[in-house]
Ligand binder design. Structure first.
Ligand code: 8YV
Length: 328
């Protein structure tokens, strides 16, 4: 019997390709070319499954053009590259890669918060440029992390991981806002207090964004929200580009409306708003919050295992639209 055909849309670990090849006839983009939507559609012809990494858009147009497609497995917890309603309507299973990246991503959120509050990259640039000729009392003086108020917008698994680090590791007063309030036991474990978004903006010394992207989260932080924050506050975005209005943030940073920002995700990435590159009080990283080798391997294996389970047994480990399984 011939094996099902799948496409791996970006370069991934060779051992994961090898595992997939035990079950499937695999076409993989190990050259890591960035395909246009039309090229992706051409590559998907005759494929029953696709391994995506988060940047490949799967919408009604793709689904109509690729009638053999049955499953899209994302190697990311976020899945705003999927039109989930269109996939469900077409009977195509969507899976993501949650849990395996939670602690690694929370570690990175905290690292970005610390680098921002303590102005680490700004100070390093100064040093590398040969500008360090003498010590001065206020040189790169930043703001404290321990004992301050940590605000978290979006309190899913990663948000809770950041709350735990702040409360237990840095004795922070943790406040959060989320679509729905956590149960009392989880709040107690995170030592986190639920507040309105307004209260969060007004009271946080450090605000970390960890909410999923959706149309309603677009520009959740814009000029009006930044104006409500403390002038000493720092903002960290490890969620998704588009949640922050990057143009408004660059203006706010330049005018010292807030003290600093740490950004791992950007509107229109890998392009950045040019003004973000010219303001000094921002720490910039290229969407690497989940990037440790062991975590990226775990994410890739989870996406691969979803493809294997589904196409060989009609099951899935982390389905986003499990109703598709029931209907089959
Ligand atoms: C991915 C992420 O590496 O899981 C997510 O949602 O943002 C990252 O961990 C990224 O999506 C790759 O495009």
């Amino acid at each position: 019997m011939s094996k099902p055909k799948i496409l791996v849309a970006r370069a991934i670990f060779p051992e994961v390709i090898a595992k997939l090849a035990q079950h499937f006839d695999v076409v993989s983009n190990q050259a890591d070319e960035i395909w246009t939507p039309a090229e992706l559609i051409a590559q998907l012809q005759g494929k029953q499954g696709v391994f995506t990494t988060g940047g490949e858009r799967i919408d009604a147009a793709v689904l109509t053009a690729c009638p053999d497609l049955k499953i899209c497995a994302n190697m990311a917890v976020g899945y705003n590259n999927f039109d989930l309603a269109a996939m469900t309507a077409a009977g195509v299973l969507a899976t993501n890669a949650p849990d395996v990246l939670t602690e690694t991503t929370a570690d990175f959120g905290f690292a970005l918060l610390m680098a921002t509050a303590r102005r680490m990259t700004e100070a390093e640039h100064f040093l590398r440029a040969g500008k360090w000729t003498k010590w001065s009392y206020d040189m790169f003086a930043g703001s404290d992390i321990h004992g301050t108020t940590l605000g978290i917008l979006g309190m899913g698994r990663i948000g809770q991981g950041i709350a735990q680090r702040g409360a237990h590791g840095f004795d922070m007063n943790v406040i959060y806002h989320n679509r729905s309030r956590l149960d009392a036991a989880t709040e107690a474990q995170c030592q986190a207090r639920y507040v309105s978004k307004e209260e969060l903006l007004k009271s946080a010394d450090h605000l970390v964004l960890v909410l999923p992207y959706s149309a309603s989260a677009h520009h959740a932080i814009g000029a009006a929200e930044l104006a409500q924050m403390k002038p000493t506050a720092t903002l960290v975005n490890i969620a998704r580009g588009g949640i922050v209005d990057d143009a408004a943030l660059a203006v706010a940073l330049r005018n010292k409306v807030i003290a600093g920002a740490g950004l791992d995700v950007f509107e229109g990435e890998p392009q950045l708003h040019p003004d973000l590159l010219s303001v000094p009080n921002v720490v910039l990283t290229p969407h690497i919050a989940s990037a440790t080798l062991s975590t990226r391997l775990a994410m890739a294996n989870l996406a691969a295992d979803n493809l294997i389970e589904f196409l060989t047994q009609n099951k899935a480990i982390t389905p986003l639209n499990p109703e598709v399984l029931v209907k089959r």
